[in-house]
Ligand binder design. Structure first.
Ligand code: KG4
Ligand code: ZN
Length: 318
């Protein structure tokens, strides 16, 4: 079975081909260099660049996989959530190819795709508890059986990725800030700056706006007297944010007793978080700890292909 998958929810246009459950190609055209001068993603620019880039990405993904487009059985694409202009381009590409070659198209959810990115190379043992951490979302999802998604916790304001990006911006680091903070944190002391203790709301919910504001105030104060040590700041901020994130996740582990714990979304590329999730898995004697391969952490179409494959398997079972 051949799946062609398209992901275009933000500033990446990606096409992937999956054959019988195996990823054959996963091409990603990133627009970071075009948005960097604006300090963040400009939605109108993102969709314009998608219209320019998609033919090359599509042709590369088809060529690398060695398949013929007319042999594709299903076309999956990201339908939501995301930037509306960016999503429309992906949907138009999917529906145009589908209409021309008479291939069914399947609209899918971006966050569910992120969750299933951890299922590409190794397989979940259910129930799964997934910590979903991206630029726009911070959620804890409980997946009792395949494709049965239950959001049991989320942030009431900023997402963790957004918080990393905003703090990095005030530090004068380039967009996207998350990977920059991750890199610099490795060179700094994580006890150099003290942040206010954040409270978990109703066991599994978060609020990151307090940490963001406290961080920005600390940076401005340190900058005003020339005492800012960027690497120390990154290490301390990162530890504080991730300790808080994992406090809610540990509550959920205790409550839901999952067989697999997992990470999903762009922030799952963070080194400190990846290490910590393994320590937590060991602490609670979790059967499987699955983190996505680094190439499947940030936005990519392979995760959409994997999600589509799961839906098709379920369809044929029932
Ligand atoms: O999932 P994603 O690619 O796009 C959204 O769906 O939002 O996530 C992007 C987010 C950005 O906020 C970026 O700064 C963050 O993921 N990110 C990281 C790292 N790599 C990407 N945050 C912390 N450490 C990283 N290594
Ligand atoms: Zn994403």
């Amino acid at each position: 079975m051949l799946i062609l998958a398209i992901e275009s929810s933000c500033d990446e246009f990606s096409v992937s081909v999956m054959e019988n459950g195996i990823i054959k190609s996963n091409i990603i055209s990133s627009q970071i260099k075009d948005h960097i001068i604006h300090g963040g993603v400009v939605p109108e620019l993102a969709s314009r660049l998608h219209t320019k880039n998609f033919p090359f990405v599509l042709i590369d993904a088809i060529n690398e996989s060695g398949i013929k487009i007319e042999d594709v059985d299903y076309i999956a694409y990201t339908n939501n959530p995301g930037l509306i202009g960016s999503l429309i381009i992906g949907r138009l590409v999917a529906n145009t190819i589908g209409y021309y070659y008479k291939i069914p198209t399947i609209p899918l959810n971006h966050m569910e795709g992120h969750i299933y990115s951890a299922n590409i190379e190794e397989k979940f043992t259910y129930p799964v508890l997934s910590l979903v951490v991206s630029g726009g979302h911070t959620q804890i999802q409980f997946i009792k059986k395949p494709l049965k998604f239950d959001i049991i916790g989320s942030t009431i304001d900023d997402a963790i990725g957004e918080c990393f990006d905003k703090v990095a911006r005030v530090l004068g680091l380039p967009y996207p800030g998350g990977p920059e903070i991750d890199k610099r944190a490795k060179l700094g002391r994580d006890d150099a700056y003290i942040f206010p203790k954040m409270k978990i709301i109703d066991k599994f919910n978060y609020s990151f706006s307090g940490l963001k504001t406290a961080s920005i105030n600390l940076i401005r104060k340190a900058m005003s007297n020339n005492s800012l040590e960027i690497n120390d700041f990154c290490a301390s901020f990162q530890k504080s944010a991730i300790d808080y994130l994992l406090e809610g996740f540990e509550n959920a582990i205790n409550y839901f007793k999952p067989k697999t714990i997992s990470l999903a979304g762009g922030v799952s590329a963070n080194n400190f978080l990846r290490n910590r999730i393994f320590s937590i898995g060991t602490k609670y004697n979790i059967f499987k700890i699955l983190v996505p391969n680094l190439k499947y952490c940030t936005d990519n179409a392979a995760m959409i292909a994997e999600l589509c494959n799961e839906y098709i398997k379920k369809e044929f079972k029932t």
